[in-house]
Structures are given as C-alpha cells and as structure tokens.
Write a protein that binds this ligand. Structure first.
Ligand SMILES: [Fe+2]
Length: 366
C-alpha cells in the first residue's frame, strides 16, 4: 500500500489543496478498474472541458489524464466490447504503440528502451488478450496488415502469454515472458527499414545484417534498467534451434533457455500464418504440419506438442475442408496424433489417424 501510494505521489501532488487526499486516492483506484474498456461517450470534466472522445480504449495514460481532471468513472461511462472488436482494438493500439517506440528509438538513436511506456501502454493489453481462451478469435486480430514488423512483436507477446499459460508457468514467470516475447525483435530498430520491408529475396549480405537483430536486441535489453538477463537472452536466442542449426551462435538445445524455446515456437507460428512482404500466409493446417515435422531437431518437442495440442483442442466444433473435397466437423482430438482428429461428416465419424490418405486442407470460417 505504502509503495503504491508513493508510486502515485506525483499524481497526488497535482490535486494538492483541491480535494481531500482520501478522495484523490479513491478516484485513482476507482478509475484504474476501467483500463481496457472503451468510453461510451465524449468525456468532459466538471467545468465542461473536453477530456477524451467517445470509443477511446482506455490505457493507463488515459486513466491518469481522467483522474487529473478529477473525474470518477462509473460503469455507465464505459462499454463492454464484443470480444472480436476488443481483440482488434487492443492489438491495433499495441501495434501503433510499438511503431511509435520503434520510431522514437530510431530517431533518437537511443539504445535504452522506454519501459514505462511499454509497461503502461502495451504490456497490460497483451496480458489481457493472452488470458482469453478464444484462440481463433485472437488469431484473426493478429493477421498482418501492412505493419508486420510492429504487429509481429505484439502477436508473439500474446501467443507466448497463451502458450506460457498452457505450460502452467507461475504468474511472475508469465509476466516476465510476456515482456521478453514482446521485445524479442526489438533489435530490428538497428536494421535499415528498406531491408525489413524488402519484397524480393534478400542478398547474402542483407541476410547477415538482418541476423544481427538478435545481438542488437540482447544489448539493448541488457542496457535498459528494469529488464532481466532472461529477457535479453530471448532476444539473443529466439532464432537458435535445438540441433544447433540456428543463429547467431548455432548453440544446441541444452544451452537455449526455456523462454527462448517458447518464443521460437510462437515466432515461427505467427510468421508462417501471416502475409509478409516477400510471401503470402500459409494455410493454418500446413503450418501446424510443418511445425510437427520441426519437432524433430529444430523446436523443443514438449513445448511444440503442447502448443499444437491445445490449438487443435480449441478447434473442436469447427468445420474443416478435407483433401477429398468433403466438409466435416472436428469432434475429438487424439492426444498422440492431434493433427489427425475424429471428424463428423453427416452420419459418419471418420478417424483421420486411420485414414492417412485423407487430411485437413483448412479450417472453414465459422
Ligand atoms: Fe527475430
């Protein structure tokens, strides 16, 4: 409590002499519960001064502004968004914030990360979305627009939070992982933008330069106050592979941290399921099949299997198109062979693990 009050001291001083201290504290604590909700209407203070427009998705910064105006938010001031709208708004806001952070770092040539902005404007939303179990709803919001470089950081943050929960990480480990995953590609601020956005094949020289985002990211996180060594290692190691075929050092699995192995899985998954500058997105099912193959040698087998299993579990009830042109509904996932589930077609139940000639082409939109 004392720490919390000291933390809010600068804000409290702004109210000094106007309202009782207790009232000021109550306003701040009350308003914080509305972070992540959307304003129902334009917001004005008691003197009629315009504060924020309707439909603003409230961040910690907005709540600070509202509290400075001595407005005590109530339930009817905010609206509960439809999940799909909320995911999209939250991911878009975080993506825009990441773009601002990248540009600020590029422009100022600073190598110190703005952790206050990240912890206030980005991480809480990534954690909120990563706590939901609606995998396909979330995935739709993560689809790349023309801002892949920035959206990808947010996507890997959210997917790693989900995967960390599925792996039953402790709460403090999970929040550390969320930050590490969101910052995994931060070293790309040191890479020229034209290389990041290049639509043709990179030259060997450009590829080598791009690989340096791992060591740049490691150094930036290491040199920033308020981050951990484990988080810096994720930036360094997320392209390392179990068999030593990765970069920058080609180390083998036993020298790669668990956080880096988790981020390797979500990084590959989001990169392959997104439209990128140089190639279109691969169908979800193809990506999962590729990842299952990569279990042998490239990715951590346990982490990768948990990801594929849980993802397939969330597909139960979805319509799928089969390789013979028929459509059916997934009714059961087999733990030992999750990519070949039991499918219901009309009156029939087909066990795809026994019909290896048949496969799923894609999941149909619901
Ligand atoms: Fe990367």
């Amino acid at each position: 409590m004392l720490y919390s009050l000291m933390h809010k001291l600068p804000l409290l001083q702004m109210f000094a002499g106007r309202e009782s201290l207790l009232w000021q504290v109550m306003i701040i604590y009350n308003n914080e519960q509305y972070i992540g909700k959307q304003l129902a209407a334009n917001l004005f203070n008691r003197s009629g001064v315009f504060v924020l427009p309707a439909y603003t998705l409230l961040t910690a910064e907005h709540v600070r502004l509202i509290s400075q105006h001595q407005i005590r938010l109530e339930a009817h001031d905010v609206v509960q968004l439809d999940n799909a709208v909320y995911y999209q708004l939250a991911v878009d806001e975080c993506t825009a914030a990441m773009e601002r952070i990248f540009e600020q770092l590029r422009y100022t040539k600073s190598r110190r990360l703005p952790m206050i902005e990240l912890r206030g404007e980005v991480i809480p939303f990534i954690q909120q979305v990563g706590e939901k179990n609606d995998f396909f709803g979330i995935l739709a919001a993560l689809q790349s627009k023309d801002d892949y470089t920035y959206r990808h950081n947010v996507a890997v943050g959210i997917l790693s939070t989900l995967l960390g929960r599925w792996l039953k990480l402790r709460p403090e480990e999970l929040s550390s992982l969320t930050i590490a995953a969101t910052l995994h590609d931060i070293g790309k601020v040191m890479i020229p933008s034209d290389i990041l956005a290049k639509t043709e094949e990179l030259t060997a020289e450009e590829r080598e330069l791009l690989k340096k985002h791992t060591t740049y990211g490691y150094e930036m996180i290491r040199d920033t106050v308020g981050t951990s060594h484990m988080q810096a290692l994720v930036a360094l190691q997320h392209h390392e592979r179990m068999d030593g075929s990765g970069y920058p050092f080609g180390v083998q699995g036993h020298r790669i941290t668990d956080f880096s192995k988790i981020v390797a899985v979500t990084d590959i998954f989001h990169a392959m399921t997104s439209d990128r500058y140089h190639r279109p997105a691969a169908p979800l099912y193809e990506v999962l099949r590729q990842m299952e193959n990569d279990v042998f040698g490239k990715l951590d087998p346990y982490i990768c299997r948990v990801f594929i299993n849980k993802l397939m579990q969330s597909m139960i009830g979805n319509e799928v198109l089969l390789t013979d042109g028929r459509t059916g509904k997934i009714v059961m996932i087999l733990a030992h062979d999750p990519l070949h589930p039991l499918v219901n077609i009309d009156e029939d139940f087909i066990d795809l693990s026994r019909h290896r000639d048949l496969g799923i082409v894609r999941v149909l939109p619901q």
